[in-house]
Design a protein around this ligand. Structure first.
Ligand code: SAM
Length: 303
């Protein structure tokens, strides 16, 4: 094995088209990623929206080639912004996925509480995940991602089922609006990357859309949040990024994870609520605690 991989993980500093080219057709159960939004972040150069769509189309086509017939592709995006005008990238890119024959199963809204405060429009507090499948027979493990029901002990009070539980004892479907804190400076997972997505968001997709030991690909992996999520759940993670510093951090996070020293925000932890004692959390715990050696640098991001 090379220095870019170990038994369950392949992470390389590479352009994604070059990284994907040698990989086998239909070998991934899930492709999940957040591409650059063409908004002039340090790792991208601004191009016209048409050129952006063209370059995304090439990457997406290659991801579709790699996708298993029962597999899913999840594209997590926000807005491209030009002179104050916003272009929601899920709307802009949807025709690309449709032309490639993918079927949209959910447009998941990811809501978070923090970001830039806009003065000429409402502040952006959500992004989306377009979840597509390749076919109609797709992997979907709903039980693996159920969340606690509001009234877990509720029973039918009349009719033939009177006295029986009226809700699923395993919990309820999490719905298509997901609330997870975004990775800002006080988030336990924050590294120098300006726009990480939280590991818990990817964990939910991995658990629902793949089987144990299934392969998952992130062609814009940043500091490896997707690959960490796959490792946490016994899947095989592949990822690449063009910035070496990010890939190095991804490997450091992976080593910390393997050593039991990587802190990620737990999947079922409630969002901090200042109106409740201890913010509604079970034990005193600050999200700023981190046991990894990953450097923390303050950066603002409002994709
Ligand atoms: C929105 S960030 C993804 C962050 C990631 N989800 C995480 O949690 O760390 C997009 C990433 O795409 C990378 N990137 C841009 N162009 C690329 C290319 N052609 N091939 C591979 N990675 C690329 C950037 O360096 C950046 O880290």
């Amino acid at each position: 094995m090379s220095g870019h991989e170990d038994r369950r993980v392949v992470m390389k500093c590479d352009d994604n088209l070059a990284f994907m080219r040698p990989l086998s057709d239909e070998s991934f159960q899930l492709v999940v990623t957040s591409p650059p939004y063409n908004i002039g972040k340090t790792y991208e150069s601004r191009i016209t929206l048409d050129s952006y769509v063209e370059s995304q189309s090439r990457v997406i086509a290659e991801c579709v080639r790699l996708l298993h017939p029962r597999g899913s592709l999840c594209w997590q995006v926000g807005n491209h912004v030009q002179r104050g005008e916003i272009f929601p990238l899920d709307i802009v890119l949807y025709p690309v996925f449709q032309r490639l024959g993918l079927k949209l199963r959910n447009r998941i809204v990811w809501h978070f509480g923090h970001g830039l405060h806009c003065s000429k429009r409402l502040s952006g507090r959500y992004e989306t995940i377009l979840w597509f499948t390749k076919g109609d027979d797709y992997i979907f493990n709903l039980d693996a991602i159920r969340v606690p029901s509001k009234y877990p002990g509720k029973k039918y009070f009349k009719g033939p089922k009177a006295g029986q539980l009226s809700c699923n004892p395993l919990g309820k479907n999490p719905g298509d609006v997901w609330i997870f804190p975004n990775v800002k400076n006080n988030h336990v997972e924050k590294t120098i990357h300006p726009c990480q997505f939280p590991v818990e968001l990817v964990e939910r997709l991995v658990l629902a859309l793949t089987e144990p030991r299934g392969a998952v690909l992130d062609p814009y992996m940043g500091v490896g949040s997707t690959v960490i999520a796959t490792a946490k759940h016994g899947r095989v993670g592949y990822g690449c990024d063009i910035v070496k510093e990010y890939v190095d951090i991804a490997w450091r996070r992976m080593r910390a994870f393997r050593a039991g020293a990587l802190r990620t925000r737990p999947m079922h932890k409630p969002v901090y609520d200042p109106s409740k004692p201890n913010g509604g959390h079970q034990r005193p715990q600050r999200d700023s605690e981190s046991v990894t050696a990953v450097p923390l640098v303050a950066k603002a991001y409002d994709g």
